[in-house]
Design a protein around this ligand. Structure first.
Ligand code: BJW
Length: 282
């Protein structure tokens, strides 16, 4: 059993005050209070499709129109919602602590919209608001920021709040032909695709090198794991890599009591990240 003060805010603040190098690893639960669904568990279905299955190169290869509708809808939703107090607490913490680095698996752009300093943020899985060529790495075309909503006329249903067809799985969707999807302006043959990292795809190599160098440079005093099931690698591995036994405090902030990677002696705060983080990081 964890020691009895594992959920003591004063004990946590005592450790935090004595911590200099701090790493956060964030996931979808951080944006839940903003109104965006998580991947695993309730909310992880879109029109009876498992979000995890749609987030694959295979799904895009099979039916790029369907996958694009899913992403066009997620772009639309992310633009409708606001960063929450959890994003703001992390951003303010970063401004006060130059040795704090935040790794986020979230692609919703809410960290940056909360004015998290970009040099202290790494977007592990890319962004819904960047585009790349489906023929990557052969074609290197990217658009680093595009928030057109809808992205193109064939995806208009995803941006229409008055059209319920998209969310009602009993209503069939008209297939979107590949010819109606935006093509790569550079190679002309590939399709434009969301600038996110799907299963089986490599994360940006320079970003990974840079994170590994940051972790290796000196002892990490504290690791904060927020709103992630910690099952997707390499993201889940960073909290492990940053642990130096006996020197690193690890705190998990999650709606659920049990999360992968937690160890005896870690801090655990159970609840909504949007209400806990302002209290923990103040
Ligand atoms: C709250 C809350 C509230 C709710 N407050 N909490 C080692 C071992 C085994 C497998 C692998 C391995 N290394 C690599 C792999 C394969 C694979 C992998 O990890 N598989 C595992 C699932 C087994 N990894 C990859 O494929 C990665 N690529 C790779 O490794 O490449 C190697 C390579 C090298 C060279 C050449 C080629 C390849 C890529 C992984 C990409 C993941 N992509 C996605 C989609 C992104 C785009 C999109 O958004 O659509 O990323 S999948 C999805 O999962 C998304 C998320 O970022 C990611 C993590 O999910 P997250 O954020 O943890 O969400 P949930 O839903 O799981 O959890 C939410 C949590 O919040 C829960 O715990 C709730 O309780 C909690 N919560 N409300 C606080 N209010």
């Amino acid at each position: 059993a964890p020691p009895k003060d594992y959920d003591s805010i004063p004990a946590f603040h005592d450790k935090l005050l004595r911590s200099k190098r701090i790493l956060a690893v964030c996931g979808a639960g951080l944006s839940a209070a903003s109104g965006l669904p998580t991947f695993r568990g309730a909310g992880g279905l879109w029109r009876n499709h498992d979000a995890i299955q749609l987030a694959t190169p295979e799904a895009f290869g099979d039916d790029p129109g369907l996958v694009w509708l899913f992403y066009a809808y997620r772009r639309h939703m992310a633009l409708q919602v606001q960063p929450n107090a959890g994003h703001h607490a992390l951003a303010a913490f970063a401004k006060r602590n130059p040795d704090f680095l935040c790794l986020s698996q979230n692609v919703d752009n809410l960290h940056l919209r909360a004015h998290h300093p970009a040099p202290q943020l790494r977007l592990l899985h890319g962004s819904l608001f960047s585009l790349k060529c489906s023929r990557q790495p052969q074609c290197t075309w990217t658009d680093p920021y595009n928030d057109a909503d809808p992205l193109c006329p064939s995806l208009a249903a995803a941006a229409d709040d008055n059209d319920p067809t998209l969310l009602d799985a009993s209503k069939p969707l008209a297939p979107i032909p590949t010819s109606a999807l935006p093509h790569c302006p550079e190679c002309q043959t590939g399709l434009q695709r969301p600038g996110v990292v799907w299963f089986g795809e490599p994360l940006d190599e320079a970003m990974l090198d840079d994170i590994e160098a940051w972790i290796a440079a000196d002892v990490v005093d504290m690791v904060i794991v927020v709103g992630t099931s910690s099952v997707v690698y390499p993201a889940a591995g960073f909290a492990e890599d940053a642990r130096t036994e006996g020197k690193t405090s690890v705190v998990t902030v999650n709606m659920e009591r049990s999360v992968a990677g937690m160890r005896e002696g870690d801090f655990m705060f159970t609840g909504d990240a949007a209400s806990l983080l302002p209290e923990l990081l103040k």
